[in-house]
Design a protein around this ligand. Structure first.
Ligand SMILES: *Cc1c(COP(=O)(O)O)cnc(C)c1O
Length: 633
């Protein structure tokens, strides 16, 4: 008999894929090792978008080529949440071992739902560890899910279906059920109640206090009013770390209220519940141990790669009766592969499930829970440092007291309306992202646009937070400061040029007659001879000046660069230096020259940043400067 030609997806040449696999691992380890030197984020180019918009491949191409496309079009345009200066939203970084564990899990590729195989036991163990981590009893149950969104939905399903008299699985949702949560609750909780047929209207949004915690009095009144009106309250969702500000609801009070009214207490602890591992929050989060259910993420503050989260349910029977229904083809056998632990589909919505438990299992074994606790505490301490730094920095305003790991602040120099400040801070944030230096996100705090810096990052160091603050100040200055050309009809320009530079020269050099003449008459010394004078202005204030002086053979000298003492540290020097370079180009110069004094090391750094290279040291009794630099335009 002629057998047909059979195909497979396995490689023809196993050594080729082995070599490529080794290369991939080397490349990714290099990538992770050098993260700090890369921009946080880069905008995907038009070419990238074009490549990623091509139609369905009909025939295959060599894997090396496919990998090259990944290296060219995908890897460089990563989201950035693995970077030390990613502070946006609440996202985790992942780890090298987590990455490798994902590879191992995909290699094994077990569908982790039913059967007698290792992945089932690994998941069971991870759930047991999770219960231990949060002080849930041995009798509790749990399930790994994709994210806290699914964990919240799963928990709320159990809470709803626990009202056994209503037989919701058979009859559908009762139209009297009500749920309670604060106005700071994550949107996925509202989505969950919508999906569950409770609807956003009967999800009672309770106002928060100044510190963004649920207003307990308002909650009690609402529950009572609902009962009086014939509704059936069944669940309160408490927050252990809100996504906006990191606020923790008064969980013990919520627990008491739930006891009193016979309600289910669910806690959304997506990231914040992990703070229970720290000395700072252990006590404040102790009530988690008594909650009916908890949703939390492994992929946020525990840095297991996406997606990995967990839901814990105090009452295993209720958990099971909310989801279990085993069709014939999934019934367990006494022996063989079809034996083993209870199918996990009895505890959630999904049937086919990945072996995500492996990366959690390997990560917890690699580091131990103590280290994770220290890292969470480290972020909490860093947030406190940042909050204090913001409070101490002129023109920055802390908008909410730091409660956990989130710092909300804005640039505010006291010279703008609220509307203008909102615009300004949004512009600062967009430029900050485009600069690739750091990536905080934003939120609105009592109508004020806030730069929201979330630190769930095991790679962040204090120096990264310093860099963030400096960048924000420099960008704000760049937006607010306009560089203008010297106006010979404006007496303020004369006086500012003279005052700023006199103070500057007098501080570092010996003032000579030539200096005084050029400061009195800049138009004669610089402009009239083919150079220029520039002034950096913020509104009516003149904050800095510089002059360009023609020194023959297509060369200009950059000189008289001074910044108002009161405007130091705002990055004015850089702004005016860049403007001078642009002006020199416009004047057709080929070479820009600069003499300065090497004792002015901050100035030297500035010149380097502008692109000058140090070409010679000299000391001369006739010149006061001792470093000469130049750049070719
Ligand atoms: C992130 C977050 C969620 C959603 O979790 P996912 O893992 O993104 O699905 C829910 N609640 C809070 C407080 C969160 O921070």
């Amino acid at each position: 008999m002629n057998r047909p030609t059979e195909e497979t997806l396995d490689p023809v040449n196993w050594n080729e894929i082995r070599t490529l696999g080794h290369q991939m691992i080397d490349d990714m380890i290099d990538y992770l090792q050098s993260l700090r030197d890369k921009p946080v984020w880069e905008k995907p180019t038009n070419e990238v978008k074009e490549v990623l918009n091509r139609s369905l491949p009909q025939e295959g191409q060599p894997v090396e080529e496919v990998y090259q496309e990944f290296l060219s079009y995908i890897l460089p345009y990563n989201k950035g949440n693995i970077h030390p200066r990613f502070f946006a939203w609440v996202q985790g970084n992942g780890t090298p071992l987590g990455m490798l564990a994902d590879m191992l899990a995909s290699g094994m590729n077990p569908n982790t739902t039913i059967g007698d195989h290792a992945a089932m036991y690994v998941e069971q163990q991870v759930v047991e560890w999770s219960k231990e981590m949060f002080g849930f009893s041995k009798e509790a149950s749990g399930l790994l899910v994709s994210g806290a969104t699914m964990a919240n939905l799963t928990a709320l399903t159990v809470a709803r279906n626990s009202l056994q008299d209503l037989q919701i699985r058979v009859k559908g949702t009762d139209d009297k059920l009500t749920v309670y949560c604060s106005s700071e609750t994550h949107i996925c909780v509202i989505k969950a109640t919508e999906v569950l047929g409770i609807g956003s209207e009967r999800t009672r949004i309770i106002p928060v206090t100044d510190t963004f915690q649920i207003d307990v009095e308002a909650l009690i009144s609402m529950i009572k009013a609902d009962i009086a009106a014939g509704f059936r309250p069944f669940c309160v969702v408490g927050n252990a770390g809100t996504v906006n500000t990191g606020a923790v609801d008064p969980l013990e009070e919520l627990y008491q209220i739930c006891q009193e009214f016979g309600l289910w207490l669910h806690i959304d602890g997506a990231f914040g519940s992990l703070a229970k591992l720290t000395p700072t929050f252990a006590e404040k989060l102790k009530t988690i141990e008594k909650a009916d259910s908890l949703a939390f993420d492994f992929h946020k503050w525990l840095h297991v790669p996406y997606e990995s989260a967990c839901v814990l349910i105090r009452d295993k029977q209720l958990h099971q009766s909310a989801f279990s229904s085993v069709p014939n083809y999934l019934t367990a056998h006494e022996r063989g592969l079809a034996a083993g632990p209870e199918p996990l589909t009895n505890y959630g919505i999904e049937l086919s499930r990945s072996f995500k438990a492996l990366k959690v299992w390997m990560s917890l074994k690699e580091h131990g829970i103590q280290k994770y606790g220290r890292l969470v505490q480290q972020n909490i301490d860093q947030a406190r440092y940042l909050g204090e730094k913001v409070s101490r920095t002129p023109n920055l305003e802390l908008l909410v007291p730091v409660s956990m790991n989130i710092v909300c602040f804005r640039f505010n120099d006291g010279k703008h309306s609220e509307g203008a400040l909102n615009q300004l801070n949004k512009e600062i944030l967009m430029r900050l992202h485009e600069s690739g230096i750091a990536a905080p996100s934003y939120t609105i705090i009592h109508g004020k646009y806030a730069i929201r810096t979330n630190i769930t990052n095991h790679r962040t160091r204090l120096e990264d937070l310093d860099l963030l603050i400096n960048a924000i100040i420099e960008i704000a200055t760049g937006i607010l400061v306009k560089v203008v050309e010297f106006d010979v009809n404006n007496p303020l320009h004369y006086s500012a040029f003279k005052d700023i530079n006199y103070a500057w020269i007098n501080k570092y050099f010996k003032v000579e007659q030539g200096d005084l003449d050029s400061l009195e008459n800049p138009e004669k010394y610089f402009i009239a001879t083919g150079g220029a004078v520039l002034l950096a202005c913020r509104g009516d204030e003149i904050l800095g000046t510089t002059a360009l002086k023609l020194i023959g053979d297509n060369s200009l000298e950059l000189c008289k660069m001074g910044v108002n003492e009161a405007a130091r540290g705002l990055g004015i020097g850089y702004i005016i230096g860049e403007a001078a370079i642009q002006k020199a180009k416009a004047l057709g110069t080929k070479r820009l020259y600069l003499e300065t004094n090497s004792s002015l090391s901050p100035a030297l750094n500035l010149y380097k940043k502008l692109g000058f290279s140090k070409v010679e040291n000299f000391s001369s009794p006739y010149v006061r400067a001792d470093v000469a630099m130049e750049m070719y335009l």
